[in-house]
Design a protein around this ligand. Structure first.
Ligand code: KIV
Length: 256
């Protein structure tokens, strides 16, 4: 049975930690799902896998294309899709149109969007009213890279109060979950205790209701990973070695 928003909220109440990872194609999605990952995010971080420096160039059509492939590989996990930069910020109508396309065309169960006060709180309320499950995303929001950089957010009293109140406002607007990116662990703990919806952390310490990482980081496929990511295996090395072995055997006429 596919995991639902209600299940994720229930796991928070039960103290069961939620395991989340990103996917961008069928093969990776199938492996993550079979390995028991609870939530699979078609994140706009797939920009990096596609060779971009930031998440900004990804379009809604590209997102939908990848999300459809991921959907075909996912049977059990909750499937969440990022709304890409400028596919939801222009107006509430634009957000409903984009999120609606994602749900209708990909079979995803929810969308994630970045930001809080005041516009995104209203946008989330309207999406939820239209029947679209939304996860909020506060702290470091990579779509604002040219304003915020990729630095940890919420370090001053004022900034941490703002992030906390944004998370509360997004929950009140109807968000079913909250992604907390690159904020101090004690702030993430405070938000996690205050909210009744699950928090999923990335670079936000151990006290969130779940953790997410970018799959190319944990697999060692990324050229460069953020300091908070853990690299569990080095596929760059493994793939390079396999390709070199193959090339050598072809050149030396040992294969086939
Ligand atoms: O796009 C993405 O991969 C994200 C991460 C913060 C998980 O949103």
């Amino acid at each position: 049975m596919a995991i639902t928003t209600q299940q994720l909220i229930q796991w928070k109440q039960q103290g069961r930690s939620i395991v989340a990872l990103t996917a961008w194609d069928y093969a990776i999605a199938q492996l993550l799902d079979a390995a028991g990952v609870d939530l699979i995010l078609v994140g706009d971080s797939m920009a990096v896998v596609l060779g971009y420096q930031t998440t900004l160039p990804i379009t809604l059509d590209e997102t939908i294309y990848h999300a459809k492939a991921v959907r075909r590989g996912v049977k059990r996990a909750f499937l969440l899709v990022d709304l890409p930069f400028l596919s939801y910020q222009e107006s509430i109508q634009q957000a409903i149109h984009s999120a609606g396309r994602v749900l209708k065309e990909t079979g995803a169960q929810g969308v994630k969007l970045e930001g809080g006060y005041p516009e995104m709180v209203e946008t989330v309320a309207r999406l939820v009213k239209a029947g679209i499950p939304v996860m909020g995303h506060v702290g470091l929001t990579p779509q604002s890279v040219h304003q915020l950089g990729l630095r940890q957010q919420g370090k001053t009293q004022e900034a941490s109060e703002r992030i906390l109140s944004e998370a509360i406002a997004l929950e009140q607007a109807g968000a079913f979950g909250m992604l907390l990116e690159h904020i101090p662990a004690d702030l993430a703990m405070q938000i996690t205790q205050k909210l009744t919806i699950p928090t999923i952390g990335i670079g936000a310490g151990p006290h969130c209701d779940g953790q997410v990482l970018v799959t190319s980081d944990i697999l060692g496929l990324a050229e460069k990973s953020p300091p908070f990511a853990k690299v569990y295996t080095n596929l760059r090395e493994t793939i390079t070695k396999a390709v070199q072995d193959y090339a050598l055997e072809v050149r030396e006429r040992k294969f086939p």
